[in-house]
Write a protein that binds this ligand. Structure first.
Ligand SMILES: Cc1cc2nc3c(=O)[nH]c(=O)nc-3n(C[C@H](O)[C@H](O)[C@H](O)COP(=O)(O)OP(=O)(O)OC[C@H]3O[C@@H](n4cnc5c(N)ncnc54)[C@H](O)[C@@H]3O)c2cc1C
Ligand code: FES
Length: 270
């Protein structure tokens, strides 16, 4: 059940000129959040921007005895709300509603898990990697960014045994180019009898390319879509996406309640 809390900002760590990680004291949300779920956030009491914005739950924070105490969000500054998130100060209060949406379905060994992240699409994968680590699932992160200095949390992922495959558009780290290229190459060389679940989050063009690549090798793929969301709870229809229904016909579904995690092969990518 989502809850609406006034959460104190307990930390704000700038990762670059555009990216930051905001820590929020929200034990009730942290206690039930599952990897892939999101929260609707508004920092401060200003009227403009009026609406909260959606952010994936990046990490669940815990006290010394393991009790969930809060969450973090990884934010990329692209407009007014994310600028406020970037500049937020510890001690300020944020309105936080969540956890919302359908989470990832987490595989068990012997399946491997391959997470595919583009830019800020990394956001749902820290929590997912943690859950996969607990299940002892072999996990790989395919992570693409524009430049080396926009690849974040690499040590965190390495520290929980995640294999990293990196690409940058300028070639400053990993392979030069887009992240779907090494994904395709790995799938091409993988024994078809060895199961793998693909998880993807990032710009919609990247999600479409990942979905196509997964389908080419008949591999299951879950994508976390990022449509514009006004309410996050099914009330405004700002977030619809065409999905194939059981009748084989495409219907617009509200990605905030049917998703944000959806089966890639059910989405019409146009
Ligand atoms: C389920 C979900 C989870 C998300 N998780 C994260 C996250 O963890 N970290 C993060 O940084 N961002 C995340 N986003 C995107 C984030 O919500 C937007 O970047 C934010 O709403 C922008 O708000 P703004 O006021 O700064 O900019 P706005 O002025 O609202 O937007 C700036 C520009 O970006 C476009 N835009 C806004 N939202 C989106 C979107 N969802 N997709 C594509 N274009 C968009 C607008 O049309 C506009 O052109 C998520 C979105 C969804 C739907
Ligand atoms: S965001 Fe309002 S219906 Fe989905």
């Amino acid at each position: 059940m989502p809850v609406d809390v006034a959460a104190e900002i307990i930390s704000n760590r700038a990762l670059s000129d555009d990216y930051n990680v905001l820590g929020l004291a929200a034990p009730a949300i942290a206690a039930t959040a599952q990897p892939g779920q999101f929260v609707m956030v508004k920092v401060g009491a200003r009227l403009d921007p009026l609406l909260r914005r959606p952010f994936s739950v990046f990490e669940v924070l815990r006290g010394p005895d393991g009790t969930p105490t809060g969450i973090t969000i990884l934010s990329k500054r692209i407009g007014p709300s994310t600028a406020i998130v970037y500049n937020a100060r510890p001690g300020q209060v944020a309105a936080v509603l969540g956890p919302l949406g359908r989470p990832f379905t987490i595989v068990d060994a012997p399946s491997d898990a391959w997470m595919v992240a583009g830019g800020v699409g990394l956001a749902p994968f820290a929590a997912l990697a943690e859950a996969l680590h607990q299940r002892e699932v072999n996990t790989t992160l395919f992570y693409g960014a524009r430049r080396a200095d926009e690849l974040f949390y690499l040590e965190y992922f390495r520290g929980i045994g995640v294999e990293l495959v990196l690409t940058t558009e300028d070639g400053s780290a990993g392979e030069r180019g887009r992240i779907v290229a090494p994904l395709d190459a790995r799938l091409a060389s993988r024994n078809a009898a060895l199961p793998v679940m693909i998880y993807a989050c990032g710009p919609e063009g990247m999600l479409a390319a990942t979905a196509k690549t997964a389908a080419k090798y008949s591999r299951p793929c879950q994508v976390s879509v990022e449509r514009i969301m006004g309410c996050g709870m099914g009330g405004c229809y700002s977030c619809v996406i065409p999905m194939r229904g059981d009748d084989g016909i495409f219907h617009h579904v509200r990605s905030c309640i049917a998703g944000p995690v959806l089966a890639a092969d059910q989405i019409r990518w146009d």
